[in-house]
Design a protein around this ligand. Structure first.
Ligand code: HEC
Ligand code: HEC
Length: 323
């Protein structure tokens, strides 16, 4: 109710609530007083004179007392409710109760309940937790709720959302608990500047793209790649002279078969021309530092092969045949 941007709606809601309650009271009062007067010339048989189905008559009795007081009670109850709880426009009620506040309290008490469990986890390094089935079960649930919408329920990601089951060489940063915790806590933004103008026209960009394809031994045109090699010097500062990337800058390895933003001449030409700004929002508002620690262990465990440095091909890997 405190979200109204305009005072009018607050008053509108308050007026509707109060007028309806008062109207109920008025209706009760009027109905309680109303008596049917006997028409001249008619016998007063204590009925209202209404007849249905030929012989069904309505007695002219006052409202039963128990019923009337019940009605009065509901009116008093609704007025008291509106004073205690929020219901009258933006008035927040005597108790200052709100669903938001109740949720916050639930979260706080839930966190207090599980604090001893997390304290046990916090005492161990993520590498050790990555072998603890209890920690992994909790980490997996937290991952499903907070990460899977972007990184997939199996952590294998999709276009522009990194695969977290890769070997280290395909990661944007140095794979390990420190990088994973920092990414979750602060978020990250990967920025590749648009470089089309610096490289030249479509012909040059195509040559460069074929050179980049040659770095990963992907199918490519040898002649174009040969001409593209000198253009690559504009990229070496970030992706390295050998194309193996630079984890400190988050510049990906261009020599493996993992393509975060898609494989092929068109995808490479597109990122060279338009650049790319790829954002992961910080998760520290949703997760406590202890929870982040447990999730980092789960993410480490996603590549179960003892962290072998093998890059896993995904849907964006090059097809077997030349394009
Ligand atoms: C809204 C989408 C989104 C959510 C939610 C999200 N991520 Fe990410 N994440 C991304 C994107 C996009 C990147 C790549 C950022 C870049 O290009 O630098 C990324 C990058 C990462 C990286 C770095 C990968 C690398 O190769 O270095 C890690 C680790 C990571 N995320 C873990 C998580 C975890 C754990 C969660 C859940 C707590 C999570 N992410 C939630 C979108 C998301
Ligand atoms: C200022 C540093 C910088 C320069 C210069 C740069 N890049 Fe990048 N590039 C990046 C970063 C950072 C990313 C990853 C963006 C992200 O996190 O999503 C990237 C991503 C890419 C990708 C996507 C890789 C994938 O896995 O999908 C390609 C291809 C690429 N760059 C090619 C080039 C080429 C070709 C040049 C030279 C014209 C170049 N880059 C110049 C920083 C740079």
């Amino acid at each position: 109710m405190s979200d109204f941007t305009n005072g009018f709606w607050s008053w509108y809601v308050a007026a509707i609530s109060l007028v309806s309650i008062l109207a109920c009271g008025w209706l009760l009062w009027v109905a309680g007083k109303a008596r049917v007067t006997v028409q001249p010339g008619k016998v007063d048989d204590n009925t209202t004179g209404h007849v249905w189905d030929e012989d069904l008559r309505e007695y002219n009795n006052p409202l039963p007392l128990w019923w009337m007081w019940l009605f009065v009670l509901t009116i008093v109850f609704s007025l008291a409710y509106l004073v205690i709880f929020p219901g009258l426009g933006s008035f927040s009620g005597w108790l200052k109760w709100s669903t938001q506040g109740e949720h916050k309290q639930d979260v706080t008490s839930m966190r207090a309940d599980v604090a001893p469990l997390y304290a046990g986890f916090a005492a161990q390094p993520a590498e050790a937790l990555a072998k603890d089935p209890r920690a992994l079960a909790i980490g997996e649930r937290l991952f499903m709720n907070n990460c899977s919408q972007c990184h997939g329920s199996d952590g294998r990601g999709s276009k522009s959302y990194p695969n977290l089951t890769n070997g280290n060489s395909a990661w944007l940063g140095e794979r390990g608990a420190a990088h994973i915790v920092q990414t979750m806590t602060q978020g990250r933004t990967g920025v590749m500047p648009a470089m089309g103008a610096a490289i030249g026209g479509d012909a040059e960009i195509s040559q460069l793209a074929h050179y980049v394809l040659s770095l990963s031994a992907s199918p490519h045109n040898e002649i174009k790649a040969f001409s593209g090699k000198k253009l690559y010097s504009a990229c070496a500062a970030c992706h390295g002279v050998d194309g193996k990337g630079n984890k400190a800058m988050g510049a990906p390895n261009l020599t493996d078969d993992y393509w975060l933003h898609g494989w092929g001449e068109a995808a490479i030409a597109n990122i060279v021309k338009n650049g790319k700004s790829n954002v992961m929002p910080a998760q520290s508002a949703n997760l406590t530092p202890e929870q982040i620690h447990v999730v980092s262990a789960y993410v480490l465990s996603l590549s179960r092969s003892g962290f072998a440095d093998t890059t896993k091909a995904v849907a964006t890997a090059p097809p077997a045949k030349a394009p």
